[in-house]
Design a protein around this ligand. Structure first.
Ligand code: SAH
Length: 261
């Protein structure tokens, strides 16, 4: 697999999975989140990243503020700390990756989050997307990760960065999180080849689901679904590249073949 090293363009954002050595994600010796810019040696790089996101079309001020506040360097492997504010996906171990900042910002923006919304993320990975959601400060965040070691290290990252309010568990996210359903928004950060029925059933009336759908390996389509009045409206908003959705989402396992328009 290839690691995108460049600044990915809007038309073909990449959040691809990359192979990397197995191993625990260690906490880095840098300041925790929610620090003031003067205390944070990464503040200038983060601000540059935000300026780039604006040029790429991210416009929601709350999303931009959150992207400018979350210490992404606390969510990457120590050896990639210098690349933490580049617009690229980076390996986090176990063949998985932290998505590029543009994708995280875009998916957050697409979710149309309002104060009090309950949001479920499937694919905690490093914990970064969950941290961006929590940083908004006005939504409840739930996140599910299937790989036990990543679920554990994501918890450590979220604690170190100060996002203790995120509710996380290790499980197969194909089945959502029944206990806290229904959700106003569900953000899926790994790509199944179909729309998982259990997730659809956990959306509130008026709920949004942002999900990449497509065959593993190639580019997938990013969909924004809105479930309202018993009707599902889907819009294909662009091409993305995500790691495959595993567990119940694997081809042919209890799938829901939504007739994509
Ligand atoms: N959102 C993450 C990046 C996601 S990488 C971040 O901000 O860092 C995709 C993640 O989805 C991987 O960690 C992978 O293990 C996880 N995943 C894949 N299939 C899953 C499933 N069925 N349930 C939960 N997590 C899954």
């Amino acid at each position: 697999m290839v690691l995108a090293l460049g600044d990915c363009r809007l038309a073909r954002p990449s959040a691809e999975g990359v192979e990397s050595p197995q191993g625990r994600v260690e906490a880095t010796p840098f300041p925790a989140g929610k620090t003031t810019p003067s205390e944070d040696p990464f503040a200038a790089r983060r601000q540059e990243m935000v300026e780039k996101l604006k040029r790429q079309g991210i416009s929601n001020p709350e999303v931009l503020r959150a992207m400018g506040a979350v210490p992404r360097h606390l969510f990457v492997l120590p050896k990639y700390v210098d690349l933490a504010y580049e617009n690229m996906a980076l390996p986090i171990g176990y063949g998985q990756s932290i998505s590029q900042p543009y994708i995280v910002a875009w998916m957050t923006e697409l979710a149309d989050l309002k104060p009090g919304d309950r949001v479920l993320e499937i694919g905690t990975g490093s914990g970064y997307q969950a941290a961006v959601l929590a940083e908004l400060g006005y939504v409840e965040v739930y996140t599910v990760e299937i790989i036990p070691a990543l679920a554990e290290s994501a918890q450590e990252h979220l604690q170190a960065a100060g996002y203790t309010e995120v509710v996380a568990k290790q499980a197969d996210g194909y089945y959502g999180w029944e206990e806290y359903a229904p959700f106003d928004a569900i953000i899926v950060t790994a790509a199944p080849d179909h729309l998982p029925r259990p997730l659809l059933k956990q959306l509130k009336d008026g709920g949004r689901m942002i999900i990449p759908i497509g065959a593993p390996g190639a580019y997938q389509s990013l969909w924004k679904f809105v479930y309202e009045g018993g009707e599902l409206q889907g819009e294909n908003v662009g091409d993305v590249r995500f790691v495959p959705f595993t567990g119940g989402g694997q081809r042919g396992v209890g799938g829901y073949e939504w007739p994509l328009p």
